[in-house]
Ligand binder design. Structure first.
Ligand code: ZN
Length: 248
């Protein structure tokens, strides 16, 4: 099976459309969405409708999806995120709000080899930045390959059969290919489609082929200025527009 893996789209339609156009050449068969479809960006309805049209084989909720759909309170959100999520909640159509409210909590088993989660396999809201937390998440994961999101930073953690842990963080390549080793376990963040935070403003996504075990992390340029203009026009906090150009 050849999967297209999308995470943290965050209402950024320009980034999502650029990714979908780029991925059209990748001959994927199924789509996985790791949560945070909305929040921050100015196109929550269009993004939700794009995702619905993709008919994902697996889609789970993120923290912004929970708050924007009224499942949870914005407690713990910073000021800009809080304003954006309140704006998003008011903007969403009832149908799109109901879709987000019904999204399942991760982790979600996709097949015998793959599972997805938003934060970590044991806590959908946990930020996984450290090797120590990755080691725990790899132990908690019930599958050889677990995709996660939430941090907006692409990374590949590999737990080898001798229990050694390797981490490989973001680089500047536009297509980073890796052959996954059959006896290892992996924890992979494909990066964020709509709000990258690793200093590279390009949208991130992954293609994973379970038959060949080949993983590719892609970065795709998109019209950042158009997404920024919509954020400013909507009256959302300026920082949400400016950060897109920095990838921070
Ligand atoms: Zn997010």
């Amino acid at each position: 099976m050849r999967y297209l893996v999308l995470s943290d789209i965050h209402g950024n339609l320009e980034a999502l459309d650029a990714v979908l156009a780029h991925a059209a050449d990748q001959h994927y068969e199924r789509v996985l969405v790791l949560g945070d479809l909305v929040g921050y960006g100015a196109d929550p309805n269009a993004v939700v409708e794009r995702v619905i049209a993709l008919a994902p084989a697996g889609v789970i909720r993120g923290n912004h999806d929970k708050v924007a759909s009224g499942v949870e309170s914005p407690e713990g959100f910073n000021a800009a995120a809080h304003r954006a999520v309140s704006w998003t909640q008011a903007e969403l159509t009832p149908a799109n709000q109901a879709y987000l409210a019904a999204l399942p909590e991760g982790p979600l088993d996709i097949d015998e080899a793959v599972e997805i989660c938003h934060g970590t396999p044991s806590d959908e809201d946990e930020y996984l930045f450290e090797a120590h937390d990755a080691a725990k998440a790899l132990r908690d994961s019930g599958r050889a390959t677990c995709f996660f999101g939430h941090t907006h930073i692409p990374v590949i953690y590999q737990l080898s059969p001798d229990s050694s842990l390797d981490a490989s963080g973001p680089d500047r390549s536009s297509a980073r290919r890796l052959s996954l080793q059959p006896a290892s376990k992996y924890l992979i963040n494909p990066g964020s489609v709509g709000q990258p935070r690793d200093g590279d403003p390009r949208a991130g996504y992954a293609i994973f082929d379970t038959k060949t075990s080949e993983l590719t992390l892609f970065r795709v340029a998109y019209p950042v200025e158009a997404a920024q203009a919509k954020i400013r026009e909507a009256g959302l906090p300026e920082v949400l527009a400016s950060r897109l150009a920095l990838g921070r």
